[in-house]
Design a protein around this ligand. Structure first.
Ligand SMILES: Cc1cc2nc3c(=O)[nH]c(=O)nc-3n(C[C@H](O)[C@H](O)[C@H](O)COP(=O)(O)OP(=O)(O)OC[C@H]3O[C@@H](n4cnc5c(N)ncnc54)[C@H](O)[C@@H]3O)c2cc1C
Length: 406
């Protein structure tokens, strides 16, 4: 771990271990589950095939968008809200910024999902969003071009951005300080369900536990088959203003946004911060056809001008002409989709040995700590702090019950 090393994070070979709960995969969801379990005093071991805060899964790159009024589902607002509160706790403890509530604009026609979904979620959660009519949007945000005649915006002042690698490290640091033991560079190659628990097998050793929390991101389906999960390769891109003297694309003037263009294309992103060293971030929504399915073990880690950049550059040129449409930086990343684009959080088939978290569908980081709290509670049989039926791993007609006992 960089800058905040904890003695309980180990790599290299180790003798077989016995514990109450083993958490497999320490990205967004798993690192948070590890923290929330350790903070409850549970004997917990975390296993991570790479390092803490690594760039090979779904949780790297300096920033993610953060919103509590989530257009994706009204049931997500309490989870993002719990995440914000838990991250504020860690910010106070470690003096590090994990979430910056610098605002987020949802932009589109009055009937578009960014407008209707955000308004519905904000109303449900009692959040103080501000509706900006077309003329006000144009006057306040001249960076936006190609607006439809009726396009408007919803400004959520409590939304903004969050810092994923930093958050993962902070979760693991807090977990370690509460007694969790973490093994990095440790890949679970098989999860065995036994009569009274689980055995997580690595190539050289094993961890025996009463329960497993499996939060392996794009690799979740390898360890828990039967869930309708599809990993997809979705790169991250950063841009610069065409004119280096143009300060209109700094985060304070160009806040986080989700924007549906008049023809249905959706862009998201946020402005730059030179002190933190991040540029203008812009990406396009998957919409089921902009990116491709991938095998997480074979994911293409190159960036290709024709297939990765050309389309996004054209969209950026249409939507924000002050941005140089040639990206200044890029990194491959993955999301894992489910048929309804919501996560899977809970016990598949009610199995008392197994809790899963995954299917992030490209919008999971803002919920990381809140999901960690749900996972810890589920493991211990607590009543969840919010209704999570819409995240049940069993909501899909054909989903299985996880791996067969062997
Ligand atoms: C381009 C892009 C933009 C995004 N933008 C946003 C955004 O603006 N806002 C937002 O909220 N979300 C966003 N997301 C989504 C967010 O990043 C993900 O929802 C989140 O990172 C998923 O976390 P995870 O824990 O499921 O997966 P990961 O963070 O990948 O964690 C899984 C972990 O499991 C480990 N692992 C896997 N297999 C094994 C094994 N066999 N043994 C041991 N360890 C294993 C992996 O190494 C990894 O560390 C974006 C994603 C992408 C790709």
């Amino acid at each position: 771990m960089t800058g905040d090393s904890a003695a309980a994070v180990r790599s290299g070979s180790f003798a077989p271990v016995r514990t109450d709960v083993v958490v497999i995969g320490l990205g967004a969801f798993g690192s948070a589950a590890l923290w929330r379990l350790a903070e409850r005093g549970v004997d917990v071991v975390g296993l991570e095939r790479f390092g803490v805060g690594h760039p090979f899964g779904s949780s790297h790159g300096i920033t993610r968008l953060f919103r509590v009024a989530c257009q994706e589902h009204p049931g997500l607002s309490p989870i993002a809200g719990r995440t914000r509160d838990l991250w504020h706790e860690l910010e106070d403890r470690y003096g590090q910024e994990l979430v910056r509530q610098s605002g987020c604009l949802s932009v589109g026609s009055p009937g578009s999902t960014p407008i209707t979904g955000t308004l519905a979620a904000a109303a449900g959660a009692g959040l103080p969003v501000v509706r900006l009519g077309h003329d006000e949007l144009v006057a306040r945000y001249p960076q936006y071009a190609g607006l439809g005649a009726t396009d408007e915006a919803v400004l959520d002042p409590e939304a903004g951005i969050c810092f994923p690698e930093r958050a993962v490290r902070a979760h693991v640091r807090a977990a370690s300080e509460h007694g969790a033991v973490v093994y990095t560079d440790t890949r679970v190659v098989r999860l065995e369900l036994t009569a009274d628990g689980v055995v997580a097998h690595t190539p050289t050793t094993r961890v025996v536990a009463r329960q497993a929390v499996v939060s392996a991101g794009a690799w979740l389906g390898q360890l828990v088959p039967g869930l309708p999960l599809q990993p997809r390769r979705v790169p991250l891109f950063w841009f610069r203003a065409r004119d280096p003297r143009d300060e209109g694309f700094a985060l304070e003037r160009f806040p986080a946004f989700i924007r549906q263009l008049p023809d249905g294309r959706v862009l998201w992103g946020h402005g730059s911060d030179s002190r933190e060293g991040f540029g203008i971030k812009i990406g396009m929504e998957d919409q089921g056809h902009n990116f491709s399915d991938t095998d997480p073990d074979e994911v293409d880690r190159g960036i290709h001008p024709d297939t990765d950049i050309a389309q996004l550059s054209a969209w950026v040129a249409d939507a924000f002409p002050g941005v140089d449409p040639v990206p200044a930086g890029a990194a491959p990343c993955m999301i894992t989709t489910t048929p309804d684009h919501q996560f899977v959080v809970g016990r598949p088939g009610g199995d008392p040995r197994l809790v899963v978290a995954g299917g992030d569908s490209g919008h999971g980081f803002k919920h990381a700590a809140g999901i960690g709290e749900l996972l810890a509670g589920c493991t211990l049989g607590e009543t969840p702090y919010t209704d999570v039926g819409f995240l049940s791993p069993d909501r899909f007609p054909a989903s299985g019950n996880g791996p067969s006992p062997s």
